[in-house]
Write a protein that binds this ligand. Structure first.
Ligand code: ZN
Length: 397
């Protein structure tokens, strides 16, 4: 399976992946999922957003019987120049776990589903987890249709170009109602498991995180003829804020990043009249993040700038009893929180009992061609997921 996926959307220059929603590459990956489902005798369905679900057993019969399915899986799309593991490891491990169960003659009492969520990274249209957000109602179909990519193509037009009816997309309670438990396996996007010397961990929560816009006013002027003391250079305040964010993150034990900046007028030979930067801050403790941002805000205001909160997402805990059951079943594996968002977090917020398994990443690097996981650790992940599915789906007697 890994060899099948390896060439799809891979840049020869960087070795990274460009697998964006509703493109040719995305289409090829979806065809691959369909073929893998068919190969195993699974029933492939699509929900209103085009997320793919491959079912072993009949989830609707389970619902009629007052039960629900056990779902695993992840996503196959990538960030620009992404790594091979973020997303695909969860989908491939899901199929491999089903192979192991089928090979052992396991007969699930509850149906088992494998999901491939569309557009998890939001690389094309700017909103992460679009596939799970739309079906759970966390994002309206109207807003999703109106999102545009860098070329100005709307999601509605991209869906239509992929042969889909953009007016069919929307909240899908029937699909979400089939999920009794969701367990997403994912490559770790940090160094937690390296420090612990363990191959697999169970997730505890997605850290609280937010985005803030930092606006600095200035006065446009000539970069050659304006004396330094006569300038109102918006860039200086901004530069101070970038350094202040780093300092605040160190002081309060969280992380802070300024990864995007817009400069007006944006000429090499012009003193900036306005600079807008965006601050991303996250951490295990919401109070620590809030304090760090307050420090940055103080510095920004001192420099005559202004801070606007654009989003704040509180901590998203995974289901404690499901996570505890998984940790126990796997012999007391460690528990880790994460600063990265996942479809599992969207489902958890929608009330679905949700858990995650993380597989060790030997460098901790993610969203980069250097992202990696050793094969032996990936196989440990598959074995863990197999044991979890066996436990959660039970066996008919
Ligand atoms: Zn991912």
């Amino acid at each position: 399976m890994w060899a099948d996926l390896q060439p799809v959307g891979r840049s020869a220059a960087s070795g990274g992946y460009r697998r964006f929603a509703w493109t040719r590459e995305d289409h090829d990956l979806r065809e691959w999922v369909a073929a893998e489902a068919t190969r195993r005798g699974l029933d492939l369905t699509e929900d209103r957003m085009g997320n793919q679900w491959a079912w072993w057993g009949d989830p609707d019969q389970a619902v009629r019987d007052g039960d629900k399915g056990v779902v695993t899986g992840s996503h196959l799309d990538s960030v620009p120049d992404g790594g091979a593991f973020d997303g695909p490891l969860g989908v491939v491990s899901a199929f491999a776990a089903v192979d192991a169960l089928q090979g052992n003659g396991f007969a699930p009492r509850r149906p088992i589903g494998i999901v491939n969520f569309v557009d998890e990274e939001g690389a094309r249209f700017g909103v992460a987890c679009a596939g799970s957000r739309v079906i759970t109602g966390a994002m309206t179909a109207r807003r999703a249709r109106g999102l545009t990519d860098a070329d100005g193509t709307s999601m509605a037009d991209a869906l239509a170009a992929a042969g889909r009816d953009p007016h069919q997309i929307g909240r899908d309670d029937e699909t979400v109602g089939r999920i009794g438990a969701f367990v997403e396996l994912h490559v770790e996007q940090g160094r937690g498991l390296i420090d612990l010397g363990q191959p697999v961990a169970v997730g505890t929560d997605i850290w609280p995180h937010g985005r803030w816009r930092l606006d600095f006013p200035g006065e446009a002027n000539h970069a050659g003829t304006t004396r330094l003391e006569d300038r109102q250079d918006a860039m200086l305040g901004f530069a101070g804020a970038v350094l202040a964010a780093r300092e605040a993150a160190i002081n309060h034990g969280c992380v802070a990043t300024v990864g995007k900046v817009a400069v007006v007028p944006g000429g090499v030979n012009a003193v900036p009249s306005a600079v807008t930067g965006w601050l991303d801050a996250r951490g295990a403790k919401p109070r620590a993040v809030r304090r760090a941002v307050a420090d940055v805000q103080g510095m920004v205001e001192q420099a005559g700038g202004h801070v606007t909160e654009e989003s704040w997402t509180p901590s998203t805990p995974f289901d404690p009893s499901l996570s505890a059951r998984i940790a126990t079943r796997l012999g007391g594996i460690p528990a880790l929180g994460t600063g990265a968002g996942h479809d599992a977090g969207i489902l958890a917020n929608a009330g679905v009992p949700t858990a995650m398994l993380f597989v060790r990443n030997p460098t901790g690097i993610s969203h980069s061609p250097a992202e990696h996981a050793e094969t032996s650790d990936c196989l440990e992940g598959v074995a863990a997921l197999t044991a979890v599915l066996e436990d959660l789906a039970g066996e008919t007697g």
